[in-house]
Design a protein around this ligand. Structure first.
Ligand code: FNR
Length: 349
């Protein structure tokens, strides 16, 4: 086994192991700073509530996406098979983990294609970093017959990894090339440090059809990488990033019509989800909790969690007088504390 493949194998397993043991990091997603108003006259029946939504022109039966997690070695194929089964049983769209490994090593393709075997007609998103070439992007999409390509942006994570990238130049030009060469839409995403309005504007100009904020407050890659590397990281460094709810407000203020927002990074409850929709999200995405559930309780535990999440989501939609997630955009949202100060300082309504 080459040193590169051995390193990748241990990294993929380490990410899963530390995501399980570390739980969420010390950063705060700040969803608690945002409050929706209870509507005592909703003029709706629970049966009237529709969860369908669309992201980047892709219709989704409901707005909870299983976000990018893993793939790339035999050791994680069973994790992808379980996640795919959860996606199939719950009708959830699912993103795969970074596919670079399979582009370099054909033996790694099976750890991704197993997802298609388990869920032949599911909605899948491919995943690569921003230094990918157009050919790699096309191959990643074809590998799993993906409906979209996620391009992840993760400079903080890379800097924490001893073997990580140290140069982050030329990304927008690469994204633009990929956008213009693919037949499927491109979604730009972070991996837990959030996206600010300025970078959202640049990404929109590069042609992406959706932005997944993946803000701070959930899975904490600086903490995971620090644990892997067995080095100390200050509490300040672990709290680096834009809280997910604030990142959602930043990105929403920068998006033109026709470009959609997915909210993720510490989305942990149906209440976080309805707040995300009120902030302008078309869908929410969750990674760490679904991974923990399939690894500790199995597919059944993860399916129950998704089903309860969606059932409760319907209740919150009713209680805010919303017949579908998009209705929440017009509902009042009271912002307080740190988030209000942040948005005021940034001139965001
Ligand atoms: C991730 N995430 C991720 N994202 C990505 O774009 N490509 C990847 O390969 C991975 N790999 C990965 C592994 C593990 C073990 C976890 C838990 C997560 C990031 C993920 O998609 C998401 O953006 C963040 O985890 C934030 O969401 P949660 O976990 O707070 O819901």
């Amino acid at each position: 086994m080459s040193a590169d493949i051995a390193l990748r194998r241990s990294r993929k397993l380490d990410h899963i192991e530390y995501a399980l043991t570390l739980d969420d990091g010390p950063a705060d997603s700040r969803f608690t700073d945002f409050q929706l108003l209870h509507n005592c006259l909703p003029e709706l029946a629970l049966n009237d509530i529709r969860l369908e939504t669309a992201v980047a022109g892709i219709s989704l039966p409901h707005p909870l996406i299983i976000n990018a997690i893993t793939g790339g070695t035999d050791d994680v194929a069973d994790v992808n098979a379980k996640l795919a089964e959860v996606a199939r049983l719950t009708g959830s769209a699912m993103a795969v983990g970074s596919q670079f490994a399979a582009l370099r090593d054909p033996a790694a393709v099976a750890s991704y294609s197993i997802i298609r075997d388990v869920n032949p007609s599911g909605i899948l998103f491919a995943n690569l970093g921003a230094h990918a070439s157009v050919e790699q992007a096309k191959a990643a999409v074809d590998m799993i017959d993906a409906a979209a390509l996620q391009i992840h942006l993760n400079p903080a994570q890379e800097l924490m990894m001893p073997e990580g990238d140290r140069s982050f130049t030329g990304y927008l030009a690469k994204i633009q090339d990929i956008v213009h060469s693919l037949d499927v839409p491109v979604i730009a995403k972070e991996t837990g440090c959030g996206i600010a309005g300025e970078q959202a504007t640049s990404l929109v100009q590069s042609g992406v059809r959706a932005i997944d904020v993946s803000g701070a407050g959930g899975t904490n890659f600086p903490a995971i990488e620090a644990a892997r590397g067995r080095h100390e990281v200050s509490a300040e460094a672990l709290s680096w990033g834009i809280p997910a709810a604030i990142s959602a407000a930043e990105v929403a203020a920068s998006l033109p019509d026709g470009v959609d927002m997915i909210v993720s990074g510490g989305v942990r409850s149906p209440l976080d989800a309805v707040k995300s929709f009120a902030l302008g999200g078309r869908a929410v995405a969750v990674a760490g909790p679904v991974l923990r559930l399939v690894q500790t309780g199995g597919v059944g535990a993860a399916v129950s969690w998704v089903e309860s999440f969606l059932a409760e989501l319907r209740c919150y939609l009713l209680l805010t007088g919303s017949s579908c997630p998009a209705d929440l955009l017009a509902k009042p949202l009271v912002v307080s504390g740190f988030s209000r100060d942040w948005l005021n300082a940034r001139g965001i309504d």
